[in-house]
Each structure stands twice: as structure tokens, then as C-alpha cells.
Design a protein around this ligand. Structure first.
Ligand SMILES: [Zn+2]
Length: 492
């Protein structure tokens, strides 16, 4: 069914379809999305007051390709679709053939199932069949969330016996429905997850069979593009997303490395914004409340650091904080909080930016809101930067975090601005020198020493003073032609 865009086609029919389709169905419906299904799922689990909660993730084998047409017609008739429309639909579905052509050979076969691929109507037909299940009487204390062919059934119970029985019965009911529609439920891909249960209670006796296979109990499950874990703490999800983004960054880094002296800063920023951020931000509405957890934050900061180092061309030893300041990209957890707050305010009146609540009505426009949130990000970034003890060299050049992405870089100027290069202090830090002192002056040899006082670099300093019109002001140095810094990154 991958050929369909799972979003709604919208348009004139959306208003009618909304009432036509079951409230538990989130796929192909205007105003609903995978994210709303995920939010509903999370809310259902989190708000349960029962002692036990579990999820059954149902996998229908090739759902779309196997929809049986008589089932479609029957479901539509039950919904009260008028006869003349059914007749039209019947003729649309009748005498369909699949033709395969290879050179002069042609094979045709009559086709009796499957939603017509790529059609406007297909998703509606599927939803209609699924509604037969959703409309049927469900067990008490269960909630079904359907998004296209992804079905999650949340079962709640006060006692363990009840949980076990309800899980078993829910699976049986889906099986019955599937059997009537001539659909198959995959026993190996369908999974059960115990979300809530008192400590030290085992669930070994929850044995559910589907056909020949036993349904597995899992602690993590990919559901609608998000790795859901039983406690809904989303650590695994964030880790997986960061790993995926990091692989892309590393692949790019190899390519960039070859042609580094070409100013590619601008295009790397674009890749970060349009390629990396959307991967990380997917369904952030569901997990962004975890941004304040240090483990989640660390994973994001580490990815942000890798991107920052790639953008500014710094060594791997440059810290995440310094890489962010050098490249002009704010800490990734703050960017995520910002992005997510805007997304949430499209759904609700109030949304969180980390520990702060933001009210939609206080802003006259989306632009106004975005500007405000960005200022919040810069603010928090600045106070983190003020508090950070590492990267003294970068601090000297950038006491204030950059308000916009930096786009011009050279490899040698980044060495000077980060202090990670052929400086004796750096060589000492990475264990390549016994001392950190300048061979001429006997004091610590870092870029600041070379720019301000070292006699070995008098010639470079003279040039710099001409460009700056006086004694080198460290804060102005990142804004002069960067080539003027290259001499300071030579071997002493
Ligand atoms: Zn010196």
C-alpha cells in the first residue's frame, strides 16, 4: 500500500468523509494524520487509571492489495450508500485486469481484489472496510486507533486475568473481521506490548496464537514511524533518529572533506535545515515533552555538535558547544523545542517551550510567534554558553552566541577560532607534546597568545592590525577576512 500518500487528498469531499468515517480512523482523513493517531495513542496509555494496560499492534498482510471487492460493496451498503452509486462502483471494480507486457509477450489476468492503486477512491474504500470492524461492538476498556492499515488496540484492565482475557478476545475479534473480509493477519508481525503493570508481575501466561505462530510480546515497536517503548519514554526513538541523521552527516562529511576550501558553509546550513532537522523533528509532538530529560538532550546535543563540526570544518576534538557557536547553529534540543512549540500551537491554544508555556493568543501572527521563540532560544543558548567552562579560546572570540548561521569558513581560521590546531596547548591536550608552552616565550601557546603577544607572530599581527585599524580586538576577529588568520595556525 506504499503507493498511496497517507495524507488526505482533502478537497470538496473531505467534509463529507469526516462524518462518513469512524472516529477511531486517522488515515486519509482531512485534519487527521499519523501524528494525531500517535498523540491519541499516547494519551490513551498515559491517562489510564487502571493497573494494567497493553497494546496489540495488528499487522494486516498486504492490506490494500488484498481488499476483497464484495467486502467493499457490503461495507458501503451498510453505511447507506445509495444504490446508484454502488452500481457505478461495482462497474468500476468489475472486469479489471492486470496486464504485464515485456517486449512482444503480454499476459493478462482478471483481478478481484485490491484497492485500485493510485486512485482517489482507494483509501476511502479501505477505510470503509475497516469501519466494519471499528463499528462492531468493541470490548469494554479497549480503544482502537487505526491509521490506514496500522491498527493499535489498547487494552486496559484492573486485574491481570482481565488483561489476559481481553487481549485474547480482542485478537479473536480482529481475526473474525479479517476472515470475513478475506484478509490475513500476520502472526509474526503482530505484536503485544505490556505498557502498564505493577512491578515484578510477569506476563508469561499471555499466550496468543494467530494461525501457526505465537504472537510475540515486545518492549519496543515501530508504530507510524516512531519507535514506541513500553514506558513511552522515547529514548530508543530519539537514539535511532539521531543515529540515522548522523549517518547522513558522516556521508556528507566525506564528500565535503575533499573540496573543503570551497566555501560550502551556506549549502551545509541548508542541508541541516532541510535535511537533518525534519528527520529529527518527525512526530516531535509525541516525544518533545522528553526534551528536558538529560539523556534525550545529550543525544541531540551530540548530533548537533557533529553537524556543527562539519559545517565549520573543525577537528573532532572541538566540543559540541564550541562547534555550535562557531557554525552558528543553536543547541539542537532548543531548536527542537522551538519547532515543536510552533507545531503544537497549530493544534492547541497553549504549548510548552521546555518549561515555559506559550499561549497562541498572545501573538498576532505566526511570524511574530516564530521570532519570539527564536529569541527565547538565543537567550537560553547564551546563558548555557556563559555557564560552560570548556572552549576558552572560542569564548574569547565569541563572548556572544551568533544570532544567525555563520556561512564563511576556512579550515585554518577554524583552527584559530577553536584553538584546536597546531598550537602547543592543543598538542599537549591530545598527548602529542609534553608541555603546553610556547617554545619562544615559555607561556601557554594558544591562538590568543599568538595574536596578542607572541614575538614569533609579529608579522602576522602587523597585518591584522592594519585590517582592524589598531590593537587586535578579539571579538571583531571573526568578522575580518578569514585569510588574515591563516598565518596564526602555522607550526611555531
Ligand atoms: Zn610565544
Amino acid at each position: 500500500m506504499g503507493k498511496y500518500s497517507k495524507g488526505s487528498s482533502g478537497g470538496d469531499s473531505s467534509r463529507r468523509r469526516r462524518t462518513f468515517t469512524h472516529q477511531s480512523q486517522y488515515g486519509f482523513i482531512s485534519g487527521r494524520s499519523a501524528v494525531s493517531a500517535l498523540l491519541k495513542y499516547k494519551e490513551t496509555i498515559e491517562e489510564t487509571t487502571d493497573k494494567y494496560a497493553a497494546t496489540i499492534f495488528i499487522d494486516i498482510s498486504g492490506a490494500f492489495d488484498n481488499v476483497w471487492w464484495p467486502a467493499v460493496i457490503r461495507s458501503l451498503r451498510q453505511k447507506g450508500v445509495p444504490g446508484y452509486l454502488l452500481a457505478t462502483l461495482k462497474s468500476y471494480l468489475t472486469d479489471r485486469t492486470v496486464t504485464y507486457r515485456d517486449g512482444s509477450v503480454e499476459v493478462s489476468k482478471a483481478c478481484t481484489k485490491g484497492c485500485p492503486q493510485g486512485s482517489v477512491l482507494g483509501p476511502t474504500l479501505w477505510n470503509s472496510v475497516l469501519d466494519m470492524y471499528l463499528d462492531s461492538e468493541l470490548l469494554p476498556n479497549t480503544e482502537t486507533i487505526a491509521y490506514a492499515d496500522d491498527i493499535a488496540i489498547v487494552v486496559r484492565a484492573r486485574i491481570r486475568q482481565e488483561l489476559r482475557d481481553h487481549i485474547r478476545e480482542s485478537v479473536e475479534r480482529v481475526m473474525e473481521w479479517a476472515l470475513r473480509q478475506k484478509l490475513t493477519i500476520s502472526g509474526t508481525k503482530t505484536k503485544i506490548m505490556i505498557n502498564k503493570s505493577p512491578p515484578r508481575v510477569h506476563h508469561r501466561d499471555i499466550r496468543v496464537r494467530l494461525g501457526d505462530s505465537k504472537v510475540g510480546i515486545v518492549s519496543e515497536m515501530k508504530y507510524l514511524g516512531v519507535i514506541v517503548d513500553r514506558k513511552l519514554n522515547f529514548h530508543t526513538h530519539v537514539r535511532a533518529v539521531c543515529e540515522r541523521a548522523r549517518k547522513i552527516v558522516l556521508a556528507l562529511r566525506m564528500k565535503v572533506h575533499v573540496t573543503w576550501d570551497v566555501p560550502v558553509g551556506r549549502s551545509l546550513h541548508a542541508i541541516y535545515k532541510c535535511g537533518i532537522l525534519p528527520i529529527v523533528a518527525y512526530a516531535s509532538e509525541v516525544w518533545a515533552h522528553r526534551l528536558r530529560v538529560s539523556r534525550v538532550r545529550r543525544m541531540l546535543l551530540s548530533l548537533g555538535g557533529a553537524v556543527g563540526r562539519m559545517i565549520c570544518g573543525g577537528y573532532n576534538s572541538v566540543s559540541n558547544e564550541a562547534a555550535g557557536v562557531l557554525s552558528g547553529i543553536p543547541p539542537l534540543d532548543l531548536t527542537m523545542a522551538e519547532t515543536n512549540c510552533v507545531k503544537m500551537l497549530r493544534r492547541t491554544e497553549t504549548a510548552a517551550y521546555l518549561d515555559m508555556m506559550v499561549h497562541r493568543k498572545e501573538f498576532e501572527s505566526l511570524r511574530h510567534l516564530r521570532e519570539y521563540l527564536h529569541i527565547m532560544t538565543l537567550d537560553r543558548w547564551q546563558s548555557r554558553w556563559d555557564d560552560s567552562r570548556g572552549a576558552p579560546v572560542t569564548h574569547s572570540f565569541f563572548p556572544n552566541v551568533p544570532e544567525a548561521p555563520r556561512t564563511e569558513f576556512t579550515r585554518l581560521s577554524t583552527q584559530v577560532l577553536s584553538g584546536h590546531g597546531p598550537f602547543v596547548t592543543h598538542l599537549h591536550r591530545i598527548g602529542k607534546s609534553d608541555t603546553g608552552d610556547c617554545p619562544t616565550c615559555g607561556t601557554l601557546d594558544d591562538p590568543i597568545h599568538r595574536i596578542l603577544e607572541c614575538s614569533t607572530f609579529d608579522a602576522e599581527r602587523d597585518e591584522l592590525q592594519v585590517a582592524l585599524g589598531g590593537i587586535p580586538d578579539l571579538e571583531r576577529i571573526p568578522h575580518i577576512p578569514l585569510e588574515l588568520l591563516h598565518g596564526f595556525a602555522r607550526e611555531p
